[in-house]
Write a protein that binds this ligand. Structure first.
Ligand code: GLN
Length: 503
């Protein structure tokens, strides 16, 4: 972490502010998420499947709202103001989570008032993420000129901040919540978010105008009933909050919402770019949409980590380390830890190659990322076949290592590419679409995890067959991506990029 902070001195100063603000936001997000399923089953006494259903609905909704948050920021609010609104909603949401009431007694229903506060808190967090997550990344992009070779390494540092937050959040909030009481864990998440809000509010000056409101006159203009655009947005936000408060309880509807949002978002982006953009800018949006779509496959496989891979580690891996049996869930923190260690290395590699004009293009990096993801599964399948009985634990370290290096080739690079390929007036929208596609990936991940749980004709486990299939598929898709990368690169028209949004 220190090495990342030291290396960041050659980046724009504003990156420090965004790094810490997003680190604290992710601290609260992942800290709360680490506790959520346990809170549902142990405090509210939900059935396991109902708890997973709510968890799925919640984690899907946090990927849908950034599209709306992005559009509002692009058109009216500006990304900074959107981040501030998001941060306030998040502090309220996390604090609300700390209102737990009495533990539910077996056979009785939870107190409806407390339960509703809980759903409202989830809704506040979902709305808060919608305003904050995509827009803070959009501001990172605006710190760099379109031709600046530091962009990918800058985003890689930002990604280190994200993962430092997720690592410490899950560790501390998770520990406090499970050991001393839920409210302490959720409360800590809330305090973390408050720190993030303060860092952002105080450090905004260092952003040099990145993410300012595009048209202040429009925002303050009275639209009807004497209400300004800004106030109308706040009122609509309240309406949306009420909707989310209700819909988060219904996993089926959330799944449908995801399909609708994907369809509407793709059509809207395509339509708008065809109708309003000049040919090069339009092609760049096509390239962005291509990269956005690759993510569905990437996260569908990557996110086996929390579900099927976690179960695999639990049931089929010899987890003895230094004579001690390590619980499977501990391996969940490997990914964030690897990122904090390897992120600065990747940032160095990108800027080293960039200065020499040898940096792989974004689509090539995507191809490399997907190949490593596939190789991770293949290494595990191979490792499982090496011995009799349990798989040696080293293969768990290896699969997560390859998945992390793959993630570093794809995820921060993708954030960087989105901000670069988008026009200033669409960047929040494109960022929102980016997160929406990763949400769709998470959704597909659930289906794949279910496939791993199926049994063969003789009752044998099929998990390794599924891993081998998806592993090979990813390797081939990755190779395909590298083959088509010149075409995508052509669509990016990097030579004619101009700095329309660099303050
Ligand atoms: N783990 C990263 C984050 O929380 C990436 C999430 C994603 O794009 N699916 O920002």
């Amino acid at each position: 972490l220190l090495s990342a902070l030291y290396q960041m001195r050659t980046q724009p100063k504003g990156l420090y502010i965004l790094f810490f603000a997003e680190m604290w936001e992710r601290f609260s997000y992942y800290g709360m998420r680490a506790l959520l399923v346990f809170y549902l089953t142990k405090h509210f006494l939900f059935e396991q499947s109902a708890a997973y259903g709510l968890y799925g609905a919640y984690t899907t909704l946090v990927f849908i709202t950034p599209v709306i948050g992005g559009v509002l920021a692009d058109r009216y609010l500006g990304h900074q103001r959107a981040v501030m609104i998001g941060a306030v909603l998040l502090v309220l949401g996390h604090m609300g989570m700390a209102i737990e009431g009495e533990p539910v007694v077996a056979g009785e229903d939870p107190d409806p008032f407390i339960l509703n506060i809980f759903y409202l808190s989830l809704a506040l967090i979902i709305m808060g993420v919608g305003f904050l997550k995509g827009n803070i990344s959009a501001i990172v992009g605006q710190l760099y000129a379109k031709t600046d070779v530091r962009r990918d390494s800058g985003f890689t540092f930002f990604y280190v901040g994200i993962n430092a937050g997720s690592f410490f959040g899950a560790l501390y909030a998770g520990y406090l919540g499970e050991t001393f009481g839920w409210q302490y864990g959720f409360g800590l998440a809330g305090i973390g978010m408050l720190v993030g809000l303060i860092v952002f509010a105080m450090g905004r000056g260092l952003l040099n105008g990145a993410g300012e409101t595009p048209d202040l006159a429009l925002l303050k203009k009275k639209q009807f009933l004497g209400l300004t655009t800004e106030w109308l947005i706040y009122i609509a936000t309240l309406g949306m909050l009420a909707f989310v408060w209700w819909v988060v309880r219904d996993q089926g509807t959330v799944g449908t919402l995801l399909y609708i949002s994907m369809g509407v978002t793709y059509l809207y982006i395509l339509g708008r770019s065809v109708m309003t953009l000049e040919p090069h800018a339009r092609d760049r949006i096509f390239a962005a949409l291509f990269l956005i779509t690759v993510q569905v496959l990437f996260w569908a496989l990557f996110e086996q980590a929390g579900s099927s891979l976690n179960v695999y580690a639990d049931e089929q891996v010899d987890r003895t380390l230094l004579g001690q049996e390590v619980p499977a869930s501990v391996f969940q923190s490997l990914n964030a830890m690897y990122i904090v260690f390897l992120g600065p290395v990747f940032a160095f590699i990108w800027s080293f190659l960039g200065k020499r004009g040898m940096e792989p293009s974004a689509p090539q990096k995507f191809g490399l990322g997907v190949i490593q993801l596939g190789l991770g599964f293949l290494v595990l399948v191979w490792g499982a076949s090496t011995g009799q009985g349990l798989t040696p634990v080293v293969f768990i370290f290896l699969i997560y290592l390859l998945h992390t290096t793959g993630e570093l080739c794809l995820s921060p690079v993708g954030l960087s590419a989105m901000t670069r390929l988008s026009t200033a007036r669409m960047v929040g929208l494109i960022m929102g679409a980016w997160f929406l596609a990763s949400g769709a990936g998470n959704f597909v991940a659930g289906l794949i995890a279910q496939a791993t749980a199926a049994e063969g004709p003789n009752g044998e486990s099929l998990v390794l067959d599924v891993y081998s299939n998806v592993g090979w598929m990813a390797v081939w898709v990755g190779i395909g991506l590298i083959i088509v990368s010149p075409l995508i690169n052509y669509l990016m028209h990097l030579k004619t990029l101009t700095d329309d949004d660099h303050p």
